[in-house]
Design a protein around this ligand. Structure first.
Ligand SMILES: [Zn+2]
Length: 510
């Protein structure tokens, strides 16, 4: 290679490097300070421990979630954050908590059963000793076979599909190939987008029919229903209605598939099975509201301080575990971001606000209501005054895995900005900017309002097998990964709060 050519290449690479950084300023001194604080002085462990082990399950409307409002807001006050507030977002419904649960098979031999009561269902009114009944209702004609025969019974339904043997690894990180694929925009015909209409209509028909079956069981005076949910002793939580205008549903138990399958096989073979079951649940009607927890580092620029950068994640969890991956991880990371920035005494031009949302699991209620109140009316497409002063929303809710990149939600204008901000974080594994959209959590509330709202690309780890289960606990939280995540988010939030302009928005037609 000739010397001139080498000089030319060196010139080109320097020119392009400064061009990127020059176009979108990066404060390398602040990056250094944030990395030191986030990686060497982390509070992630303590935050994670409190949110899971000390506070416990944080089901919407439960005492646990109320304790979480109190603890997180107190903690953020102690750090010196401003405008700390437990702010009602609207009416949620009745609270529910399980107070006692005992479940065992006593015939043909004794064995305790791994199970979790279904949220917002009634209890059994004391211990019952009962022979379960196999009920197989496929269509409405089957109702007659069981009419008058189910009063006071515990029922199980036959097993329709058995869990398949899995050869997948228990946990995984995203490798370079996968990240590269993710960085490519998907084909418009990709099955990523929407499921076929037929499948949806089947699902709907099924929903309507299962509602009828449930009404039949209620009318017949069934005592409790057993369901299979999860395998390997891992039970996935579910819930019934929490709306105060509906009667609480009859007692239901979600069981690990192995224990459920055995009961079904024994009953099908005509073996005498006896169960002991006691469920004591409490409904809370004293406060039907839902809340978000808010706190701020106020902006300091005379012009930009009314503009806001929000970070958040949902504080509520399901009740079977302590919501480690989903979503104490996101809450701990976002609280740690605020702690890092506060301890570094940053003076952001825009206001940086944290929002710990309520009732995400029941349909993004906390975040949607917040957006509706301050930014955008989804029903008529009307923008509220805050819409103009909003820069960006960042969310963490995909477990405790490292941040590997960001989904731009189709907004092309953001690519050079995030590429510049990721440059000094590449050694932490952050290198993927994809135009793709991702859904299913609180950033959607902002995205749907025409506001820049983001969820990160995270390493999956063991999120898929743990979320919503009895085993989603402190042990699922990879603290080193979370330290990385807090450091990365703090760098992004700081730069979002400091840049001259708001983050560019994509075209939005409400
Ligand atoms: Zn979640």
């Amino acid at each position: 290679m000739s010397l001139i050519r080498i000089i030319f290449i060196v010139f080109l690479s320097v020119a392009s490097f400064t061009a990127v950084l020059g176009h979108e300023p990066v404060d390398l001194d602040m990056v250094h300070r944030i990395r030191q604080e986030g990686l060497k002085n982390s509070q992630i462990r303590d935050l994670s421990f409190h949110l899971t082990d000390v506070i416990g399950p944080r089901l919407s409307g439960s005492t646990g979630l109320r304790n979480a409002y109190e603890w997180t807001s107190k903690q953020m006050e102690e750090w010196g954050l401003s405008n700390v507030e437990v702010s009602p977002w609207g009416d949620f419904g009745r609270g529910w908590e399980n107070e006692r649960f005992y479940f065992a098979m006593t015939k043909p031999y004794y064995q305790h059963l791994i199970a979790v009561p279904r949220a917002w269902t009634r209890g059994t009114g004391g211990e019952i000793v009962t022979r379960p009944v196999l009920v197989n209702i496929r269509d409405e004609k089957d109702f007659d076979r069981y009419r008058g025969k189910l009063e006071g019974k515990v029922i199980v339904t036959p097993v329709i599909s058995e869990p398949e043997l899995s050869f997948e690894p228990l946990a995984s990180r995203r490798d370079d190939d996968e990240l590269q694929r993710l960085a490519q925009y998907p084909d418009v015909v990709s099955p990523d987008y929407g499921r076929p209409w037929r499948q949806q209509s089947d699902w709907f028909t099924q929903q309507v029919f299962s509602r009828k079956v449930m009404e039949f069981f209620e009318d017949e005076g069934v005592k409790a229903i057993l369901n299979a949910s999860g395998t390997f002793g891992v039970v996935r939580s579910h819930g019934r209605g929490y709306d105060v205008s509906d009667e609480p549903g009859l007692a239901q138990v979600d069981m690990t598939f192995e224990h459920y399958g055995r009961i079904v096989r024994l009953l099908e073979a005509g073996v005498d099975v006896e169960l002991e079951l006691e469920i004591e649940n409490r409904f809370l009607y004293d406060d039907l509201k839902g809340y978000n927890v808010l706190a701020e580092i106020p902006g300091t620029d005379p012009v930009l301080k009314d503009e806001v950068v929000i970070i958040g994640g949902h504080l509520d969890s399901w009740h079977a575990g302590t919501g480690g991956n989903d979503n104490a991880a996101g809450v701990a990371v976002m609280m740690e971001v605020m702690r890092i920035l506060k301890d570094l005494e940053v003076l952001p031009r825009r206001t940086i606000r944290i929002a710990l949302w309520g009732a995400e699991e029941q349909g993004l209620h906390g975040s949607r209501s917040y957006v509706r109140e301050h930014y955008f009316d989804y029903s008529d497409g009307g923008k509220k005054p805050g819409h103009e002063n909003f820069s960006a929303y960042y969310n963490v809710d995909n477990g405790s895995g490292k941040i590997r990149g960001i989904y731009l939600q189709d907004n092309d204008a953001l690519r050079p900005i995030f590429e510049a901000w990721f440059e000094p974080l590449k050694d932490l594994g952050v290198n993927t900017v994809t135009l793709r959209r991702t859904g299913s959590t609180d950033h959607v509330a902002f995205d749907a309002a025409g506001l820049p709202g983001f969820q990160f690309i995270q390493d999956r780890l063991d999120y898929a097998r743990s979320y919503h289960t009895n085993m989603d606990t402190f042990e699922r939280m990879q603290l080193g990964d979370m330290m990385q995540a807090a450091t990365v988010v703090a760098v992004l939030v700081y730069h979002t709060a400091m840049r001259d302009e708001r983050l560019p928005r994509k075209h939005f037609d409400p």
